[in-house]
Design a protein around this ligand. Structure first.
Ligand code: FE2
Length: 267
């Protein structure tokens, strides 16, 4: 349970951040019962990280301390760089029939950018390029590149890749991953094999080892749905408390003192 009582699956989080640096956490908030998600994530701060929200169904209404207000709809992405600080709320609203689905990934910022000004990249579903392959597989490119397509997210220090793949039954695909990047695959439908690993299905997380490519195979009778994310590790110390991730405990204490004193956004 997170926020004001949202039932979600945490694919990875605290404790896993070293093996998948620069990524900190991945939450999967798919659900079809409004009681599981509608209490949402009321006003809360972030500092030192980026939060990346990708919607599959339903929408999230958000507003923040900068006066921004909007809706992240089905297929849309919000890439929020919290930098030195933002206070926002994120309230899920189901589609007709009550369906809700999406992911929130947290990516760390390097020490030199933790106190940068906050920045949003709001990307509409229509702005995310999609490649349909000969076998009917589909790949949406949110960040990074695939088969000559480049994702619309720009200027992120860790040079991330973020792909949404729907592999047709029988598909066998090799995707290049830049050497030195940490990468993971998260499965959200169907069955298949990641590299030479075992068959995995819905809600599986697979952290990739070092190398320069990954083989993805759809072994089931329905499409194999997955996210593939990769990014350059920061190799910096991580001091993490709730929604704030810094390099030292002193920086964490300062952030919480500023929240208490009402100076978190002003400094
Ligand atoms: Fe948040």
């Amino acid at each position: 349970m997170e926020g004001a009582g949202v039932r979600l699956r945490r694919a990875f989080g605290h404790g896993d951040s070293e093996r998948v640096d620069p990524f900190l956490m991945l939450d999967d908030f798919r659900g079809d019962r409004p009681a599981d998600y509608q209490r949402g994530f009321p006003w809360h701060p972030h500092r030192g990280i980026e939060t990346i929200t990708y919607m599959l169904a339903g929408q999230v209404e958000h507003q923040d301390s900068l006066g921004n207000k909007g809706v992240i709809g089905t297929g849309d992405v919000q890439w929020m760089t919290a930098g030195r600080g933002i206070i926002h709320q994120e309230m899920p609203v189901g589609s007709e029939g009550g369906r809700m689905g999406g992911f929130q990934l947290w990516a760390n910022l390097p020490a030199r950018d933790k106190m940068m000004g906050p920045r949003y990249q709001d990307i509409a579903a229509s702005a995310i390029p999609e490649r349909v392959l000969a076998d009917g597989s589909r790949v949406r490119v949110i960040a990074g590149a695939f088969d000559g397509l480049t994702g619309p997210v720009e200027g992120i220090v860790t040079n991330p890749d973020y792909l949404d793949l729907e592999l047709a039954p029988g598909a066998d695909l090799r995707h290049r991953v830049e050497p030195g990047k940490s990468a993971f695959v998260y499965v959200f439908g169907g069955e298949g094999r990641i590299g030479e690993g075992p068959v995995v299905g819905d809600s599986s997380i697979v952290f990739l080892g070092s190398g320069d490519s990954v083989r993805l195979r759809a072994t089931g009778s329905v499409p194999f749905r997955l996210l593939l994310c990769a990014g350059m590790g920061l190799g910096e110390p991580v001091a993490w408390h709730g929604p704030i991730v810094m390099n030292t405990q002193a920086e964490i204490e300062l952030a919480f003192r500023q929240l208490d004193e009402g100076t978190f956004l002003g400094g």
